[in-house]
Design a protein around this ligand. Sequence first.
Ligand code: HEM
Ligand SMILES: [Ca+2]
Ligand SMILES: [Mn+2]
Length: 341
Amino acid sequence: ALTKRVQCPDGIHTATNAACCPLFDVLEDVQQNLFDGGECGEEAHESLRLVFHDAISISNAAGNVGGADGSIVVFDTIETNYHANLGTDEIVQKQKPIIARHNISAGDFVQFAGAVAVSNCPGAPQIPFFLGRPPPVSQAPDGLVPEPFDSVDKILARFADAGPVGFTPVEVVWSLVSHTVAAADLVDPTIPGSPFDSTPGTFDSQFFVETQLKGTLFPGTSGNQGEAESPLAGEMRLQSDHDLARDSRTACEWQSFVNNPTKLRNRFSDVVLKLSLLGHDQSTLTDCSEIIPVPQTINVPATFPAGLTIADVEQACVGTAFPSLATDPGPVTSVPPVAGS
Ligand code: HEM
Ligand SMILES: [Ca+2]
Ligand SMILES: [Mn+2]
């Protein structure tokens, strides 16, 4: 279809809707001053985490107030002190001056920065972005963000209660594709930056392979709340990811992402869009998805880490065999921490 484009006031860009033009400057600012020139590093990871923590803070039972409204930024002195949000204060402090330089709401910025963050990760989808969220009305109440020590029942119930339609167990799995570009700083504070898979800078399916492997060690100290044993030195496994990979309601969807990059991209894109619209009527927002950069593509098959094979898989999906994968060559390695964590 032919779409008429407008010339933006900067004289450089064009857009399908003039309302999107200011986002070219915001994009430049976040790439240069938040994401170190366009990296999939610590600030990109934390900005994606912030997408979730802002958006999921809405409850159908409580009347669907809030959601993706930027309250975690505007009411940061309250919300970043909630236990589940600990550690988000740093990225909020880095985002605030950028928001102040532009005429953009905090709710829009959090979702925009998250979509740009994901686009910096090779293999990622181009996440749609809609513009026009009003300022938040109030801080989100405590207790709406899932914790890694929550049971699967509790996690699924919390997601089901997020917004008027909620999220199904399968959509919960889709949302956890995020943990392919992620690390933990506070679950074990002695080892900040410990990644959830061996490739935290790449948007691949290693997270779904490695969470299905038998846990054999704690990368740092033992006894941390919300942590389960992982299969690799340096790698952190959340109790919640361990349990979701093995629960009969979620295990087959979890396994289905292994070596399925097209599904990984498409489902994650769908579910992040849905998160980004929590608390909003999509028809009141403007589609500015074209401003989000097109991510670099990758073509690397999933593998078992060196020294591990199908024999180390804790098969949980009944009825579908775990995909057959090669094992990385060479000696057993350990996963290095994410820099700047
Ligand atoms: C059951 C649901 C979830 C739980 C229990 C959970 C829990 C956690 C925990 C405990 C951390 C480590 C925080 C730290 O110690 O620094 C983390 C990191 C992260 N989470 Fe989740 N998460 C969930 C869902 C999500 C979703 C839906 C997204 C995004 C769509 C997301 C994105 C991230 C990212 C990107 C990081 C890494 C941040 C960094 O590397 O700095 N999480 N998550
Ligand atoms: Ca990865
Ligand atoms: Mn971090």
